[in-house]
Design a binder for this molecule. Sequence first.
Ligand SMILES: [Zn+2]
Length: 91
Amino acid sequence: MDYTRCPACGRKRGKKLLEGFVGVYKCPKCNAIFGVCSKGESYKIVSWQWAKETPPDNELQYFDLTVLSADGKRRIHGWRDRRTGDIVQIG
Ligand SMILES: [Zn+2]
């Protein structure tokens, strides 16, 4: 996955990193978060569990991560509840 542009809105990436990360960016236009991280880091962004209920629109956030682990790379992308990190929709 090429993360030179925001996968949600297409804006050029810029240099704004998500706080605490070295490879995950936050889009200044649409607030999406995207990039490369370890499995451990990914838990700070997604809980890897489904949301029990659909959050209000203003708590929905697009994410697109390439997660590196001992087993290789795995891409996960979709919408999360940014309060809990629970996954609302994949893709
Ligand atoms: Zn964007």
